[in-house]
Ligand binder design. Structure first.
Ligand SMILES: C[S@@+](CC[C@H](N)C(=O)[O-])C[C@H]1O[C@@H](n2cnc3c(N)ncnc32)[C@H](O)[C@@H]1O
Ligand SMILES: [Zn+2]
Length: 278
């Protein structure tokens, strides 16, 4: 694990360095954060947050769904776009990393890059820490000042997760790359009604660009749309991994699943936007 001036102490802002065993992070003033047994660091000590973290059940459903490869075409395209825009990237931050699935795909072609997986859900980061050894997995709220030094990262990833444009700009080095993935209106359209899913707030590309206008220049907008063949277990997972899971009538979902054919064709549709920090 390289010891770069990458992380910033959430208390005093000075640099946060790992010990040789990567079991704790400490700043020169002595603020210290110990790794959880599962390898992530919880920097959000004290003070609650008003945002709901993904639960263990949501994370488990997402892990199974992603492991089945249904979003791999998008992840592969994301990795290709990032590698093309930032071929020599040495540091990558995934803001709202979840289980680290996309971060893992993006790191593959960027050999030796240092990575930070940031998420408010410790359940998600347990998976990320296990899947991506050597990555800093940090429990943190993306709406707060990020625990990273100014101009310390080359790439920020933001996949279906909240965005904090001024903070993304601050931590990116000038010329750094921000990759944003959002679902399109037709994403999962065939099962949205049956699964009683909350409508995905499909963000218009223009809205994403406008929110990033101060400080970022759009480089590329790509669309990735393809059919998925989903069995009942896949449909159950895709429902349970999203925010709809919080309000779900589980018996109703099981009745819906029982009435489905063995395999359904469901649209996956994403917008991938690449920006350069000015
Ligand atoms: C839909 S998931 C996407 C996760 C991952 N990028 C993926 O696609 O698998 C949204 C993620 O954002 C995280 N999240 C929600 N609010 C957050 C916040 N305020 N700060 C940091 N992470 C947050 C959730 O815990 C969850 O892991
Ligand atoms: Zn400190």
């Amino acid at each position: 694990m390289p010891s770069l001036p990458l992380l910033a102490c959430p208390v005093c802002g000075d640099s946060l360095e790992p010990d040789s065993g990567f079991r704790s992070l400490t700043c020169p003033s002595g603020h210290r954060y110990d790794a959880a047994r599962q390898g992530y660091f919880n920097l959000l000590t004290g003070g609650g947050t008003k945002f709901q973290a993904d639960t263990a059940a949501m994370v488990q459903a997402r892990t199974h769904f992603l492991a089945a490869g249904h979003y791999l075409p998008m992840a592969t395209e994301l990795a290709r776009l990032v590698a093309a825009a930032a071929p020599g990237a040495g540091t990558v931050l995934d803001a709202g990393a979840g289980t680290g699935y996309y971060l893992g795909e993006v790191l593959r072609p960027l050999s030796g890059a240092t990575a930070v997986a940031l998420d408010i859900s410790k359940f998600a980061l347990r998976r990320a820490a296990r899947a991506l050894p050597g990555t800093y997995a940090l429990v943190w709220d993306v709406w707060r000042r990020l625990p990273l030094r100014d101009a310390s990262v080359d790439v920020v990833l933001n996949v279906f997760a909240p965005r904090n444009p001024p903070e993304f700009r601050r931590v990116l080095a000038p010329g750094g790359i921000l990759a944003v993935v959002t679902p399109r209106p037709e994403h999962l359209q065939e099962i949205r009604a049956e699964a009683a899913m909350l409508g995905i707030a499909a963000e218009k590309e223009e809205r994403v660009s406008a929110s990033l206008a101060p400080g970022f220049t759009p480089l590329h907008t790509g669309r990735c749309t393809y059919p998925m063949q989903l069995g009942r277990a896949d449909v159950r997972n895709v429902v349970l991994m999203g925010p709809s899971a919080r309000h779900l009538d589980e018996a109703g979902l099981e009745r819906t699943l029982a009435a489905l054919p063995d395999a359904v064709t469901v649209t996956a549709s994403f917008t991938l936007q690449i920006f350069r920090a000015d």
